[in-house]
Design a protein around this ligand. Structure first.
Ligand code: HEM
Ligand code: HEM
Length: 178
């Protein structure tokens, strides 16, 4: 399997970015949803949520750089509206890869906590502030809902391609395509 993309296929590096980040995002999302109801282990869960969330930010920087220096495989469907929907979906995904961790970092500081990356305490950017906390909490929650909707549209579309249209869209993102 080639490392870089070609005009028809995703290469190994793009595939690794895709599936590792998909797993991290699902885990970070589920941990975030568990925070509010889990007072006993709140700080343990928050530490893992912070660490995975910041890893997503770091990986997103490398993934975006890789995307720009690489060929992008041509869309398999030729329908212009569907291509536009898929591109908008990707654009929103990439925006969330950055906005979600940044808003989460600020939110953690605004609620009076220090962001942890594993056992390391990261610098506090802002002091505790209840009003601003409410604003950032709403933003972080709202964008996580957008992420959930995008996830279902995107996965649903990939499965439709595979089972209904029976084309190579899903296969060229998995590890048995060449
Ligand atoms: C892509 C990465 C991330 C995703 C998908 C994500 C997702 C979520 C979700 C779904 C919630 C629960 C929202 C709700 O329904 O109330 C949440 C809460 C939260 N997240 Fe994130 N998050 C991410 C990154 C981060 C990062 C990097 C930090 C901090 C450095 C962070 C800090 C927080 C905090 C402080 C809360 C609120 C906890 C509470 O309600 O007490 N998040 N996140
Ligand atoms: C939160 C989870 C996911 C995220 C954030 C995500 C994000 C992305 C992004 C940004 C792309 C564009 C290519 C790139 O820039 O690397 C992409 C492509 C793709 N994804 Fe996902 N994805 C997720 C989960 C899934 C799942 C569960 C499936 C399968 C059921 C899937 C199937 C695909 C396929 C087949 C492509 C290639 C589409 C094409 O050839 O145009 N993804 N994904």
């Amino acid at each position: 399997m080639k490392l870089a993309n070609s005009a028809d296929n995703y290469g190994l590096i793009s595939k690794l970015f895709h599936w590792i980040m998909a797993a991290l995002i699902i885990a970070t999302y589920l941990l975030g949803k568990n925070l509010e109801n889990n007072f006993e282990y709140y700080y343990e869960i928050l530490m893992i949520h912070n660490t995975l969330g910041l890893s997503i930010l770091v990986l997103a920087i490398f993934r975006l750089s890789w995307k720009f220096i690489n060929i992008r495989p041509k869309p398999i469907l030729k329908n212009k509206i569907l291509i536009y929907v898929a591109k908008t979906n990707y654009f929103l995904f990439y925006s969330i890869f950055f906005l979600q961790p940044i808003s989460g970092y600020i939110l953690t500081n605004l609620q009076g906590d220090t962001v942890m990356f594993l056992n390391f305490e990261l610098i506090n950017l802002l002091d505790h502030n209840s009003d601003l906390r409410y604003l950032f909490k709403s933003f972080h929650e709202y964008s996580s809902n957008v992420l959930l909707v995008l996830f279902f549209i995107h996965s649903g579309a990939a499965l439709m391609h595979h089972f209904a249209f029976k084309d190579r869209t899903l296969k060229r993102m998995t590890f048995d395509s060449d």
